[in-house]
Write a protein that binds this ligand. Structure first.
Ligand SMILES: C=C1C[C@]23C[C@@]1(O)CC[C@H]2[C@@]12CC[C@H](O)[C@@](C)(C(=O)O1)[C@H]2[C@@H]3C(=O)O
Ligand SMILES: O=C(O)CCC(=O)C(=O)O
Ligand SMILES: [Fe+2]
Length: 326
C-alpha cells in the first residue's frame, strides 16, 4: 500500500471551489432532449440526466455490495489486486506513478472474465456480486446507448446507431469502475486529491455516487467548479473518442475528485468504449464544407496503448492531433 508523504500531501491538496448550480440537467423523456444534449456536449462535455430508466433497485443492490466489499479487511481486498489492468487498487492509479486518496475495483464489462478472476473474493456467494454488477452495467449501458442515439439525432446524423453500435458490439472494450474515497480531513483547510484531474479516453462515461460531494469539473475558461451531488440523476462525461468522432465539436471534460472530510464517497462509473480494432476518426457527415479533420485516424487499440503510457493529467489527444498547415 502507498502511504502519502508530507511532500505528496502538499502536492495533492487544494482549496475546494463552491458548488456550481449550472450543471445542465436533461430530462430524457422530453422531446427537446436531443438538442439540449448536443448543447451540453458542446458547452461543458458534461451534464446530468433524469428519467433515465435505470431501476433504483439495481443501483441500491450494487451500492450495497460495493460498500460491503470496501468495508472488508484489506488482506481480503488485496487478493483481488493489483489491477493489471483489472482488479483491486489502493492509492495507486494506473502504471505511471499517479496516486490519490482512493481505493477501487476496476472490472471489464465482460461478465465471464470477472467471474473467473474474482470468484474467490466476493464472499461466500460471488453470484450475488456478479449479478448486481451485470444488472447495473446492462441497464446503464442501455441508457448510454439511448443518450448516444439522441445525440446522433441532434447532430442530424442519418444512422442513429453510429455511436451506440460501438458499445453494443460484442467486442466492445468497455470498463466498469467502483471507487471508494474514505473520509479525509485534508490539510490546513485544504482538501486532498482523491482522483487527479484527467479526461476519460472512451466514448461516454456514466457516473453516480452515494450522494456525496467531491466531483469537480473544469469549465472552458479553466475554472474548477464543484458538482453538487444528486441522487436522482446520472452524470455523463464526453470521452476523448467522442470528441474525435465529432471533430472537436463535443469536448471531453477535465474532471477530478477531492476527498470529503466527513463522509465516505462511493462512486460507480461505466466507461463505454469501442472494440479494440475500431478506427476512430471524425465522422465525414459532421464535416461542414471545407472543414479539415483535426485528428489523425487511429484504432482504439493504438489509443489505449498510448493512453496507458501516459500520466493521469496528460492531454492524451495531442499525439493524434493534425498539425494545421500554415
Ligand atoms: C494513469 C492512468 C489511469 C488510467 C490509465 C492511465 O494511464 C491514463 C488514463 C486513466 C483512465 C482515466 C479514466 C478511467 O478511470 C480509466 C479506467 C481509463 O480508461 O483511463 C483510467 C485508467 C486506469 O485507472 O487504469
Ligand atoms: O469517482 C469519481 O467520482 C470519478 C472518478 C473518475 O473520474 C474516473 O474513475 O475516471
Ligand atoms: Fe474520469
Amino acid at each position: 500500500m502507498v502511504v502519502l508523504s508530507k511532500q505528496a500531501i502538499d502536492h495533492f491538496s487544494l482549496i475546494t471551489p463552491t458548488f456550481f448550480p449550472g450543471v445542465p440537467l436533461i430530462d430524457l423523456s422530453k422531446p427537446d432532449s436531443k438538442n439540449l444534449l448536443v448543447k451540453a456536449c458542446e458547452e461543458f462535455g458534461f451534464f446530468k440526466v433524469i428519467n433515465h430508466g435505470v431501476p433504483t433497485e439495481f443501483i441500491t443492490n450494487l451500492e450495497t455490495e460495493a460498500i460491503k466489499f470496501f468495508s472488508s479487511p484489506l488482506s481480503k481486498k488485496e487478493k483481488a489486486g493489483p489491477p493489471s489492468p483489472f482488479g483491486y487498487g489502493n492509492k495507486s492509479i494506473g502504471q505511471n506513478g499517479d496516486i490519490g486518496w482512493v481505493e477501487y475495483l476496476l472490472l471489464t464489462t465482460n461478465p465471464e472474465f470477472n467471474y473467473q478472476r474474482f470468484a474467490s473474493i466476493f464472499g461466500e456467494n460471488p453470484e450475488i456480486f456478479r449479478s448486481a454488477v451485470n444488472e447495473y452495467v446492462s441497464a446503464v449501458k442501455s441508457m448510454a446507448c439511448e443518450i448516444l442515439g439522441l445525440l446522433s439525432d441532434g447532430l442530424k446524423i442519418q444512422h442513429r446507431n453510429v455511436f451506440s453500435k460501438l458499445l453494443m458490439d460484442e467486442q466492445s472494450d468497455s470498463v466498469f469502475r467502483m471507487n471508494h474515497y474514505p473520509p479525509c480531513q485534508g490539510v490546513d483547510g485544504r482538501d486532498l486529491i482523491g482522483f487527479g484531474e484527467h479526461t476519460d479516453p472512451q466514448i461516454i462515461s456514466v457516473l453516480r455516487s452515494n450522494n456525496t460531494s467531491g466531483l469537480q469539473i473544469s469549465l472552458r475558461d479553466g475554472h474548477w467548479i464543484s458538482v453538487p451531488p444528486d441522487q436522482d440523476s446520472f452524470f455523463i462525461n464526453v470521452g476523448n473518442s467522442l470528441q474525435v468522432m465529432t471533430n472537436g465539436r463535443f469536448k471531453s471534460v477535465r474532471h477530478r475528485v477531492v476527498t470529503n472530510s466527513s463522509k465516505s464517497r462511493v462512486s460507480m462509473i461505466y466507461f463505454g468504449g469501442p472494440p479494440l480494432s475500431e478506427k476512430i476518426a471524425p465522422l465525414p457527415s459532421l464535416m461542414k464544407g471545407e472543414e479539415d479533420s483535426l485528428y489523425k485516424e487511429f484504432t482504439w487499440f493504438e489509443y489505449k496503448r498510448s493512453a496507458h503510457k501516459s500520466r493521469l493529467s496528460d492531454n492524451r489527444l495531442v499525439l493524434f492531433e493534425k498539425i494545421a498547415a500554415s
